[in-house]
Design a protein around this ligand. Sequence first.
Ligand SMILES: *[C@@H]1O[C@H](CO)[C@@H](O)[C@H](O)[C@H]1NC(C)=O
Ligand SMILES: *[C@@H]1O[C@H](CO)[C@@H](O)[C@H](O)[C@H]1NC(C)=O
Ligand SMILES: *[C@@H]1O[C@H](CO)[C@@H](O)[C@H](O)[C@H]1NC(C)=O
Ligand SMILES: *[C@@H]1O[C@H](CO)[C@@H](O)[C@H](O)[C@H]1NC(C)=O
Ligand SMILES: *[C@@H]1O[C@H](CO)[C@@H](O)[C@H](O)[C@H]1NC(C)=O
Ligand SMILES: *[C@@H]1O[C@H](CO)[C@@H](O)[C@H](O)[C@H]1NC(C)=O
Ligand SMILES: *[C@@H]1O[C@H](CO)[C@@H](O)[C@H](O)[C@H]1NC(C)=O
Ligand SMILES: *[C@@H]1O[C@H](CO)[C@@H](O)[C@H](O)[C@H]1NC(C)=O
Ligand SMILES: *[C@@H]1O[C@H](CO)[C@@H](O)[C@H](O)[C@H]1NC(C)=O
Length: 750
Amino acid sequence: MYIYIILILILKISINKGFPSSENYFNISNSYGIEVYYEDKAGGFDFNGDGKQDFIVSDGQTNRVYVFFGDISRYGGQRPLKVSMIDGINGFSIDIIKNDIRNFFICGDLNNDGYDEIIIRMSNHQLKIIYGNPGPFKNDFSNFDGIDGFVIDYVISRKDYASYQVLCDHNGDGIKDLIFNTLDAVYVLYGLDNGKKFPTNSGKFDINFVSNGTFGHIMNRSYTLNLGCGDLNNDGIDDLVTLYYGPATVVFGLKIYPNPYNPVLHGTAGFTLDIKANQLEYIIQSGFGDFNGDGLQDMVIVNQDLKSIYLIYGKQGGIWESHFNINSGNSSEVVKFVRDISSPQELCDSIYFVDTNGDGLSDISCSVFTLPYTWGVYGTTMKLPSVIDLNIKTSPLLGDCTGFIISNTAGTISSWTDFNNDGIQDLIAQFRSDQKNYILFGEKTIISASLNIINNSITYNSNGEYNFLEFNFNPISSGCNVHFITFKILDSIDPSDQLSFSSSNTTSSDVVSISNSELQVFNTNRDPNFLQSLSNVLFKTNRNSSIVTISISYLNIINDTIKIFISNSNPTITTTSTKPATTTGTTATTGTATTGTATTGTIATTNTATTGTATTGTIATTSTATPSPAPPVTSTARTGTATTGTPPITSTQVLQNNTINNDCICIRGQICLPDSHICVNEFEVYHGGSCLQNSCALGYDCKEKSNQIYKCVKQYSCISCADITCKSPHHCILVLTTSQKCKYQPTCSN
Ligand SMILES: *[C@@H]1O[C@H](CO)[C@@H](O)[C@H](O)[C@H]1NC(C)=O
Ligand SMILES: *[C@@H]1O[C@H](CO)[C@@H](O)[C@H](O)[C@H]1NC(C)=O
Ligand SMILES: *[C@@H]1O[C@H](CO)[C@@H](O)[C@H](O)[C@H]1NC(C)=O
Ligand SMILES: *[C@@H]1O[C@H](CO)[C@@H](O)[C@H](O)[C@H]1NC(C)=O
Ligand SMILES: *[C@@H]1O[C@H](CO)[C@@H](O)[C@H](O)[C@H]1NC(C)=O
Ligand SMILES: *[C@@H]1O[C@H](CO)[C@@H](O)[C@H](O)[C@H]1NC(C)=O
Ligand SMILES: *[C@@H]1O[C@H](CO)[C@@H](O)[C@H](O)[C@H]1NC(C)=O
Ligand SMILES: *[C@@H]1O[C@H](CO)[C@@H](O)[C@H](O)[C@H]1NC(C)=O
Ligand SMILES: *[C@@H]1O[C@H](CO)[C@@H](O)[C@H](O)[C@H]1NC(C)=O
């Protein structure tokens, strides 16, 4: 709830480029009102074959159904659109009582004549189909006589099951097929070629033509609820998703089917996955499109509780397991979207997978019934993490041009159509304030930003402080604002490293220190000059000498590095007395320092006081970086602590779960080779993987793997900084212990 409030607050101050974010921002250039109240709609189809997209809506006031032809130019600027404008020229009404409709409309060309059909599921278990045509149109369409339209009639006994239909090319002949379910089977009615019409008896099509294989085939699957269709294995034939109360199935499309077709799903004919059907027969649980721009169709699917969405990347010629593990955590295969990971909430009552921002990639968008907003995440070529929380600050929903939120939408199904004929999909949605519908015009989102760094190499500074961007960049950006930026120290990290950001007006940005080596600065106020303010980023270190590489990134848009060459004559040595600390430190570290003085020096430099007797297992838990001494925090002897894996907790430190991941840390003066976890002296080139002559990174032991090949092996029983999270402003440092097994103990230090 708390996070939700933050989200709403952020919404109030931001205007998403791409869509007006709420009614407050509607105007004649970004939206168009439609005076229809409540209910179902479908758009993006071309009924009259004029190349413009049409939409169909049901209206709660007249209790009728209306087709509005596109595009906007038909309506002569009259606002809002009204059903009274529909006269057989701008569109037509259908002689169907809205309340007799079971669920949503689907539209597509079933007979390959270039005109999309409209298919309506009725509560009396009929499907009503209107053939698309060039007109003229009878305004009050009622002609389901087999010529202008027809009816598929069938027997059914349960309301909630078997009320679903989808359109796609399931037999790979290039023509869409109509797939619908009855109580005990899924019917695949093959589309016809050359504008043929389906045979009927007084307008009624007999479904035995499908079950006996004349016009299609059936799958014996009873009690199916929800269907989906698209080409997940990218073989040119659409695959069929069926959802039940049991695991979902994906049945790969074939050119020719036996009838009935009841394949065993061992991966070659299809597979199962742990997604169940929601019992509402009017929601859309799956969609197909290309999210990551690899040219392959991907699938999005919403689980039964409507709390998680899985993006499953399509493959071509890949091997599918008989059971696809949606929770594998392998982000090359599946990405999960949730709203609040710790207590997931309903976030998607109907999903759409269409390109909503005109960049050629399919975007995920959802209508939510329980929440007052409609949201979308734009497709991206960037590699995503395996789980995306749509509540957190880096969520695509809260970033300019990475997604959108439109506030105050009502709990009905939305739809997409290109009403203003600009090649970008527009959203038709109902709003809470007046319960009216609006068409919101999509806008192509453009985001480009560059830091234009002048010199990527910085020499050392006498005080150990580096404002490495100040006077060293000429940032430019256009289109969307940069939402946040991440600074990260690459390679080895020294305990004294500290990235920070300060600004004279810090309220305009929000800084999150993930660790002392990673910093995120958020453009909370969507300030177009945000990048300029980054000149205030500061890197501080007590390092003696080394190269520090700092990466500066924002999604895949900004990706720069700056190298700081810290020379040997860094004066921090002179301001830091190594001697006194060494005296106390030596006792505690006797026999444990891997490289003698260098190790001792590290600890001694960063700790103002190191107490700890030479008792085995004593942990010297300390304290602060040299310039601002703090009272020493001392832990008493904790025999065996380091090996039992319990982090030391002191009164001023709060340990939480892991967010830091720095498992390749060497002592000062050395750098860590990330693959082998071997520490080598700076400027030394070492390509081997053996740790016989070199030491291993902190937390790693040199062990014989085989035949005298020694490798660094993680000390699994010891904890590292990766195992603890220090509450800001504390950060994790590694402290030398006298334990032979776990030489370094992570601790929180300010
Ligand atoms: C409509 O609002 C958009 C912002 O959503 C703005 O860019 C545009 O100039 C406005 N148009 C008019 C005519 O007010
Ligand atoms: C298939 O069913 C239809 C409709 O009942 C019937 O007219 C036709 O003869 C049947 N065809 C075969 C091959 O059984
Ligand atoms: C599949 O359904 C058809 C038509 O309803 C029926 O004739 C057939 O017996 C069913 N087969 C199985 C294995 O249930
Ligand atoms: C993750 O999936 C990719 C693509 O299928 C595969 O190549 C890779 O081996 C998988 N990784 C793991 C750790 O299973
Ligand atoms: C960048 O800065 C380094 C260190 O000050 C200097 O040696 C180098 O010549 C500079 N490079 C350019 C292109 O100015
Ligand atoms: C923050 O400071 C910059 C420059 O100092 C100024 O342009 C900007 O308007 C300020 N922002 C706020 C929110 O005060
Ligand atoms: C940034 O650049 C580095 C080096 O060129 C590359 O390895 C990395 O994948 C890039 N990151 C992104 C997010 O593009
Ligand atoms: C730091 O520099 C001093 C003086 O050059 C040297 O004695 C000391 O060993 C250095 N420490 C490290 C950790 O490199
Ligand atoms: C830490 O993780 C454990 C289990 O992994 C979990 O039970 C606990 O709630 C977590 N604590 C915090 C503070 O996140």
